[in-house]
Write a protein that binds this ligand. Structure first.
Ligand SMILES: [Zn+2]
Length: 482
């Protein structure tokens, strides 16, 4: 039997009880796992392209604070989401499974069912505190009648408060300063012995409409006098036009919107910095695992698609930033020298699941992913991405090995792009590369044969008229059922 608990000084601020055999117990008396990370900070930013972050090589200083984080982290240049829309992408990230397998594809209307196991549930059941602060209305808690379904599963504190953004439409969302405020409030309410937790913070700012505060827009405003104007789209999903929900005043030049997009990144960057500053000040950063990523990207003119996402699987929509700051005890082995480490190996959102579990010391729960807390990742991996319901004409799958990107749309002959020479995916090179196609197909078949065999059925969110208008005003109209 245990003797009376001893007090261990774990960090400068955290006093924690130790139970049998020195095993730490939570404030509620549960034995906690003994991993190198005491807590996990998962930061996701909606609609954020990797190539518009300074640390990913962008030519404008959009992200000084995220760049600072990257200097203490492993920055993955070849990272992939599983889907181009928020709900399936985030559901996949939180479960370590593909959207189809958890019933969350392809629509933002499809919620994964209660049987889906989330990181928050695993960590909560292991004795960790769990909290989420989300800013996108599509991530709001489902109606109370059907209980805990969707991305909130396992979060004891799930803050989906939306504030009315002063936009030209009615889409409810929450600006990043309010998101950080809410996260800091939750952190401040935790006692020194409540330092074992998962905190997920989802920012929204780079999602359209692009309306950064003036001080964040100003550094990015350029002269666009010589640019041609784009028309305003007459219908959802129209190519070559500005989506209606994105239109700002009389601005019609694409560069004006890119400036705005960059301003939104600068705005959210400051708030990511403020969140990390607060964690550091509390002594809760050094022994944390921090994961920063986005749910999906955004089209900024590729394939003549402007300021939109969620209707194809082109590279700019499923390639994402991924920055992993290991807990201090692992950092020396993973990051040699100053300035962080860049890693070009193919990784994916499915890798976040084993990375988190490895960091906090919870064994089991295998998935298709690999822990990113290892100095050498293997060659030869692929990532797969999905859009459209199964067995429908618009069903899309794409597969990449990091260089080649194969995209299929329903029964159509697939397209193949060589991203090393054609990152905007303008030229279909499928005819000249049958061996590449065969290899990608074989790897895809092998990939899909892994993972859990049970496929879950999602449940459709019930929206009232106001919520439906809000969803429409975010550009999420049609395209899901056919
Ligand atoms: Zn999103």
């Amino acid at each position: 039997m245990c003797t009376a608990p001893r007090i261990w000084l774990i960090s400068s601020l955290a006093l924690t009880l130790a139970g049998c055999g020195g095993q730490e117990v939570s404030a509620t008396g549960r034995s906690l796992p003994d991993g190198p990370a005491r807590r996990v900070i998962l930061i996701t930013c909606d609609t954020l392209r990797a190539d518009h972050l300074s640390s990913y090589g962008y030519g404008r200083p959009t992200s000084p604070r995220i760049d600072e984080l990257a200097k203490e982290s492993v920055l993955f240049t070849n990272a992939w989401s599983a889907a181009p829309r928020t709900m399936p992408a985030v559901s996949s990230l939180l479960t370590g499974r593909l959207p189809d397998e958890i019933g969350a594809t392809p629509s933002n209307m499809d919620l994964m069912p209660a049987e889906a196991l989330t990181l928050a549930e695993v960590m909560r059941d292991a004795g960790f505190g769990t909290a989420a602060i989300v800013a996108n209305s599509v991530l709001r808690r489902a109606d109370a009648e059907r209980g805990d379904i969707g991305v909130q599963q396992g979060f004891v504190h799930f803050d989906d408060t939306m504030t009315q953004h002063p936009t030209i439409n009615a889409a409810p969302e929450r600006d990043s300063d309010a998101v950080t405020d809410a996260a800091l409030k939750w952190l401040a309410a935790r006692g020194a012995d409540e330092d074992r937790f998962l905190l997920w913070v989802h920012y929204m700012d780079p999602h359209g409409p692009y309306l950064p505060a003036a001080e964040h827009l100003a550094p990015f405003v350029r002269d666009h006098a010589g640019e041609s104007e784009l028309p305003v789209a007459q219908s959802p999903g129209e190519a070559g036009a500005i989506p209606l929900y994105q239109v700002v005043g009389e601005e019609r030049k694409p560069g004006q919107y890119v400036d705005r997009y960059d301003g939104e990144i600068h705005q959210v960057d400051a708030e990511v910095g403020r969140l990390l500053d607060a964690l550091r000040a509390r002594g809760w950063l050094e022994d944390a695992l921090v994961v920063f990523t986005s749910d999906h990207g955004e089209s900024l003119g590729e394939s003549n698609r402007w300021f939109s996402h969620g209707d194809s699987l082109q590279r700019e929509l499923v390639h994402v930033p991924l920055i992993v700051r290991p807990p201090q005890s692992l950092r020396e082995n993973l990051i040699s020298g100053e300035g962080g480490r860049r890693n070009g190996k193919l990784v994916m959102h499915l890798d976040v699941w084993p990375t988190v579990l490895r960091a906090i010391g919870i064994p089991g729960h295998p998935n298709r992913g690999l822990s990113l807390l290892q100095s050498k990742l293997p060659e030869g991996r692929i990532s797969a991405h999905f859009f459209g319901r199964l067995d429908t004409p618009r069903r899309m799958i794409s597969v990449t090995d990091g260089r080649w990107h194969m995209v299929t749309i329903g029964p159509k002959f697939p397209t193949l792009y060589d991203m090393s020479t054609d990152p905007r995916e303008t030229t279909n090179v499928v005819a000249a590369n049958p061996a590449i196609m065969q290899r990608l197909q074989a790897r895809y078949d092998e990939f899909m044969s892994q993972g859990q065999s049970n496929r879950l059925t999602g449940t459709t969110r019930v929206l009232d008229e106001k919520a439906r208008r809000g969803m429409n005003s975010l550009g999420y109209t049609g395209g899901d059922d056919h």
